[in-house]
Design a protein around this ligand. Structure first.
Ligand SMILES: [Zn+2]
Ligand SMILES: [Zn+2]
Length: 260
């Protein structure tokens, strides 16, 4: 299985970078996980949109879904009704997609290109031999992270790639990260002053908290993402995380591919 970082920015983007977007390849399938602003331009460096088997949206915050509009513009303009791209969205998101289409100028904007499917929040998503198990996290809107596995000739179905999506401290995180080969975890906070300090009402993590989850869940490797950076390169986050997790920690690097 392979993970490629297309974008790692939080909603206020890091200079020159795309918001959330991660390409997952394995089990004979290629799935784009989240498609925030700027992600499609990065995708096009290596794939055409018709090489995707599906798009999966973790939640409907714009930094994770707004480039669906751009993806539609990049999808073949001809009548592609027979090969519409499957876009899996959270339960109840269809109404927001209708608003997004109107925002693009046409109520039927997506219709010839995409098939929207709401997942049920529980059952695994299957794309060929790639499997994504959703687990609901604590965030400001309903959000699902995923445990991802692949089957195939060169795949070990025991190796897990986990994605936290956006999350505050919650019980789903250790389940997601449990024994993961690679735990791609958000660390959207520089300090608790940036959010409600009460853990039960927070929607993001400190790097130290992401690392504590990875340590307790015995993840093998931690890759931090969604980190706010302006003039710095996020080194501060690495230091905080390394104090709480003994395994390898790094910051998600745009366009880097990680073998899982
Ligand atoms: Zn976000
Ligand atoms: Zn969010």
């Amino acid at each position: 299985m392979r993970l490629t970082i297309l974008g790692r920015s939080p909603a206020r983007p890091n200079p020159g970078e795309a918001c959330a977007g991660y390409l997952v390849e394995g089990g004979g399938s290629r799935v784009l996980m989240d498609v925030g602003p700027g992600v499609v331009a990065q995708l096009l460096r290596r794939n055409t949109p018709d090489e995707l088997d599906a798009v999966v949206i973790s939640h409907m915050h714009t930094d994770h879904c707004l480039d669906l509009i751009t993806l539609r513009y990049s999808y073949p303009w001809i009548d592609v009704a027979k090969n519409r791209l499957v876009v899996v969205v959270p339960p109840g998101a269809t109404a927001q997609l209708a608003e997004l289409a109107l925002g693009a100028g046409f109520s039927n904007f997506f219709d010839k290109s995409f098939i929207f499917v709401e997942h049920d929040g529980k059952r695994p998503l299957e794309f060929g031999n790639l499997r994504m198990e959703p687990d609901e996290t604590q965030h400001y809107v309903r959000t699902w992270g995923f445990r991802i596995t692949a089957r195939g000739e060169d795949e070990d179905p025991e190796r897990v790639l986990s994605y936290s999506a956006d999350a505050g401290p919650c019980a789903a995180l250790p389940r997601l990260a449990d024994g993961a080969e690679l735990f791609l975890c958000e660390a959207g906070l520089r300090s608790l002053a940036e959010d409600d300090a009460a853990p039960q009402s927070r929607g993001h993590l400190l790097p130290s908290e992401a690392a504590t989850v990875a340590a307790k869940a015995r993840s093998k490797r931690l890759v931090l993402t969604h980190i706010p950076m302006s003039t710095d390169d996020g080194t501060w986050a690495l230091g905080e995380a390394r104090a709480n997790f003994e395994g390898p920690v790094e910051i998600a690097e745009p366009l880097k591919t990680y073998e899982v």
